[in-house]
Write a protein that binds this ligand. Structure first.
Ligand SMILES: CCC/C=C/C(=O)SCCNC(=O)CCNC(=O)[C@H](O)C(C)(C)COP(=O)([O-])OP(=O)([O-])OC[C@H]1O[C@@H](n2cnc3c(N)ncnc32)[C@H](O)[C@@H]1OP(=O)([O-])[O-]
Ligand SMILES: NC(=O)C1=CN([C@@H]2O[C@H](COP(=O)(O)OP(=O)(O)OC[C@H]3O[C@@H](n4cnc5c(N)ncnc54)[C@H](OP(=O)(O)O)[C@@H]3O)[C@@H](O)[C@H]2O)C=CC1
Length: 331
């Protein structure tokens, strides 16, 4: 009987603890900047943070996309502002942070999500192409971190999450982004050490594997076809969802991660562990895909981002998401 009672109390405590950490107003005093918040993963992060009470500022180059997402968020009762930025411009980055602080009083969280690349074997890549991608991802992320530090966080503290890409074993056909993202991961560790003492600034990375998102629209049809056909070739047997990236970002920004600093959290279904398999890796995995259902929205129910609008990916990639949503664990 005592054992049963102890079990009941333990379970109840966990439920209470969980609810008290991720309650609706968890981020009500926070002002969060999400770069690239007008599309895909950034849009999903913006929705999740707004649904937990944050004032969200989304910033990128294309104002029309930002405006549309801000309207979605406001319709759901969230607070969202839009500002234009090219993260490659360090002076404009500082201006952006100063504008946010002037308008909203502070900047407590920064999500460096803006970035990207194109596919090319290293042997075909021009020096300019390599430099462009490194400039966007590595220099752009540094510009934003430095601006946030100089414009607010150096004096008041804050939390930064840098979205990189899973590149543990190199990044064949994307040498530029692999090099840039590895640079960000190392930079993150340095900033965590150097900036931790300044009011406890935390800097962490999230490294997505292949995600069902708008980013896939940047690739030609034959590449999308190739990517879509390979979703089962990993331990989890599917690609990730935008919500699965957003959930890990929310966690790292939250007080629940207050003692996590300088890490790179791979959110890739374990795919990085199986990269570099010789031909024949298909023998190791299940062509039916995973039995594990995907996480497609936080919070669930009517506020779910994915009930609001389909993920803006090419049709073949969206079809995968619909398949994942239907999957039920047989366990
Ligand atoms: C697969 C799953 C894993 C990852 C998924 C994701 O991340 S999804 C997220 C995906 N989301 C994103 O990627 C979104 C963000 N991406 C972007 O904005 C662009 O892809 C960018 C990174 C190239 C920057 O663009 P920009 O306007 O600043 O640059 P620009 O156009 O002026 O080009 C400069 C130079 O780069 C070169 N070069 C460029 N393209 C190609 C190519 N296809 N081919 C070859 N080379 C190419 C070329 O040398 C060019 O100079 P040139 O020879 O013309 O004088
Ligand atoms: N989808 C995936 O499978 C993976 C994605 N990632 C990374 O996750 C992040 C989000 O990807 P996802 O949502 O899928 O792709 P998207 O292409 O939809 O997102 C990229 C975002 O970055 C913004 N952006 C690009 N260049 C700049 C710039 N110079 N200044 C400011 N904003 C810029 C774009 O907005 P705008 O054009 O208006 O400026 C866009 O909103 C990216 O860094 C991506 O590389 C990493 C691994 C896998």
């Amino acid at each position: 009987m005592n054992i049963l009672w102890a079990y009941y109390v333990t379970c109840k405590y966990h439920v209470v603890a969980y609810n008290s950490i991720f309650k609706k107003d968890l981020f009500k005093d926070e002002v969060v900047l999400v770069t690239g918040g007008g599309t895909g993963i950034g849009r999903c992060i913006a929705h999740e943070m707004a649904s937990l009470g944050a004032t969200v500022v989304i910033a990128a180059r294309k104002l029309d996309q930002l405006t549309a997402v801000a309207e979605e968020i406001r319709k759901l009762g969230g607070k969202c502002d839009t500002m234009q930025i090219n993260i490659r411009d360090a002076a404009k980055a500082l201006e952006l942070i100063e504008n946010i602080v002037a308008k909203h009083g502070k900047l407590t969280c920064l999500v460096n999500n803006a970035g990207g690349q194109f596919m090319s074997p290293a042997s075909m890549l021009s020096t300019k192409g390599f430099a462009t991608v490194v400039d966007l991802n590595l220099n752009g992320t540094f510009n934003m971190c430095k601006a946030a530090f100089d414009g607010y966080m150096g004096e008041h503290g804050g939390s930064i999450v840098n979205i990189v890409a899973e590149c543990r074993n190199g990044f064949p056909r994307m040498v530029h982004t692999g090099a840039a993202r590895s640079g960000i991961i190392n930079m993150t560790k340095t900033l965590a050490v150097e900036w931790g003492p300044f009011n406890g600034i935390r800097v962490n990375c999230v490294a997505p594997g292949t995600i069902v998102s708008s980013g896939m629209k940047n690739y030609p049809d034959n590449v999308v076809d190739m990517i879509a056909g390979n979703d089962w070739l990993s331990p989890t047997g599917r690609f990730g969802t935008e919500s699965e990236i957003a959930a890990s970002v929310v966690f790292l920004l939250s007080p629940a991660a207050a003692y996590i600093n300088g890490v790179n959290l791979a959110v890739d279904g374990g795919s990085s562990l199986s990269k570099g398999f010789p031909e024949g890796q298909d023998l190791a995995f299940n062509p039916e895909g995973s039995l594990m259902p995907a996480y497609v929205g936080w919070p669930e129910g009517k506020d779910n981002v994915h009930n609001l609008k389909h993920v803006d990916a090419p049709q073949k990639i969206n079809d995968l998401l619909n398949k994942y949503k239907k999957k039920k664990s047989k366990l």
